[in-house]
Design a protein around this ligand. Structure first.
Ligand code: ZN
Ligand code: ZN
Length: 464
């Protein structure tokens, strides 16, 4: 014990030295200034209010999506970024026009539904058929071939609520591939309980896929109270049939743009910290939580850093295009910059709403960890805990980066307890964002990005 204590005591001054080497007292002072500035400023709120009100919903390829690109470019220019530019991304262009649903038997009543992204439409009068219920996607997969001929397959899987959103992955399987599995068994349409933790009567949309060689069938999610209703009727022994009416269109390949802006670094301008979110949103709400908040708070965080002092390395804000339809902007960005991914010294995406950031986690090399600890220390006054697992995944738009290289990736974990109450619904609107929490998020990103850009040691990914 005594020996251990002596060792610890010997280490304490050493840790102090490492920190002193990584950041000068002036740089630490600047971190405190940027924290105060971000907590004081309502810039991120103003940006979010403008984007969600003056542009509104931003389905990739729509007129509003074009407006959003123009909006972001203009805002970056007005905020005084050193460089602002666009990079194209293509994606499957899809539109929702009208949609409605009705329970026909045993008793006629409304069915609140929404088409899943990419879904084909139904005939003009819709499509009516009996419903067969499954508790899980696996149960549907296990159904005998041909057993769903002329039926509507209904997966009634309930998503789990958790602060880190860990219920989403298991639930979203039924959204991604449910229609493929249903069609393989002969079903003429697919319907699922929304990927949602809410009891409100909104259906939650989201992307879905078809598979070559398997027929495409209309693909929908229903509001959770409606899923309960159908479940009750079936459990009571009734035959249930519903009418699904979806008017959608596949418009072929569309083009949109990643909007990119940079604060140029003073010492190593080619190296950069990447922060951002995705500019597109679903068409039902105004994309305030998903992902207007991520867009606004990372734009504001970089602006605040510039207001305090020019960083040593560059800070690049990337607003990705067409995330909702399958990460198309992110795929284009990391392909376009494939030969220069080593220039990314840290990457973090905010795409999980705007509730408080409660945890800070890295995925970096061992010799980058002292810098991470120093950043964590400056985040602590914002009530952010250091998550030591060193296993951060970052946001969805960082998936192509993670797949391409061992980049240094960071997560500023937001409290997602309520996120899936509103996610991908008509209910994702500005009033769901708390201005004070948005400021805390902005401050967290400003501190993280400023310090990652200024550290003496260049951050590197695991196993470089
Ligand atoms: Zn998102
Ligand atoms: Zn989304």
């Amino acid at each position: 014990m005594k020996k251990l204590l002596t060792t610890i005591c010997a280490l304490v001054p050493l840790i102090g030295t490492v920190k002193a080497q990584e950041f000068t007292p002036t740089q630490i002072q600047q971190v405190k200034q940027v924290t105060e500035l971000a907590l004081d400023s309502d810039l991120s709120w103003q940006l979010l209010e403008s984007l969600t009100s003056e542009v509104g919903p931003r389905l990739p390829g729509s007129e509003n999506d074009k407006k959003a690109v123009e909006w972001a470019k203009q805002q970056f220019e007005q905020l005084g970024f050193d460089k602002v530019w666009l990079e194209p991304a293509t994606f499957p262009n899809w539109r929702r026009y009208r949609e409605s649903g009705t329970i026909i038997t045993p008793s006629k009543q409304p069915l609140h539904l929404t088409a899943l992204g990419n879904s084909i439409g139904t005939p003009k009068e819709g499509l009516t058929a009996p419903v067969v219920m499954f508790e899980t996607l696996d149960e549907l997969i296990a159904a005998p071939k041909g057993s769903l001929e002329n039926k509507i397959a209904f997966v009634n899987y309930r998503m789990n609520r958790h602060i880190d959103g860990n219920g989403y992955g298991p639930a979203v399987r039924a959204r991604n591939t449910g229609a493929i599995e249903a069609a393989k068994k002969g079903a003429i349409a697919y319907m699922m309980r929304s990927v949602s933790t809410s009891h409100h009567r909104f259906a939650h949309t989201g992307n879905s896929r078809y598979k070559d060689g398997v027929s495409k069938i209309p693909n929908t999610a229903i509001a959770n109270p409606d899923a309960d209703q159908i479940e009750r009727l079936l459990n009571a022994g009734h035959a249930v049939s519903v009418n699904i009416n979806l008017q959608t269109e596949d418009l072929g390949e569309g083009t949109s743009y990643n909007v990119i802006a940079e604060i140029t670094g003073s010492d190593a301008p080619q190296q950069y910290v990447l922060i951002g979110g995705h500019l597109d949103s679903w068409d039902l709400g105004t994309g305030a939580l998903d992902d207007g908040a991520g867009v606004a708070l990372t734009m504001a965080a970089a602006t605040h850093i510039k207001q305090i002092a020019r960083p040593k390395r560059s800070i690049r804000v990337v607003l990705f295009a067409a995330e909702e339809l399958g990460l198309w902007g992110a795929k284009a960005y990391f392909k376009q910059h494939a030969d220069k991914l080593d220039n990314i010294v840290a990457a973090a995406e905010s795409d999980f709403g705007a509730d408080v950031v409660y945890g800070f986690e890295s995925s970096v090399s061992a010799n980058s960890l002292p810098v991470v600890r120093a950043i964590a220390e400056q985040l602590a006054p914002l009530d952010i805990k250091y998550v030591r697992a060193n296993n951060a995944h970052g946001g969805p738009d960082l998936i192509p980066l993670r797949q391409a290289t061992n980049a240094p990736i960071f997560a500023l974990h937001q409290d997602g307890t309520d996120y899936f109450d509103y996610h991908h619904t008509a209910d994702d609107t500005l009033d769901k964002v708390d201005p004070d929490k948005l400021k805390q998020n902005t401050a967290a990103y400003a501190v993280f990005a400023m310090m990652a850009a200024n550290a003496k040691t260049t951050l590197t990914g695991k196993n470089p």
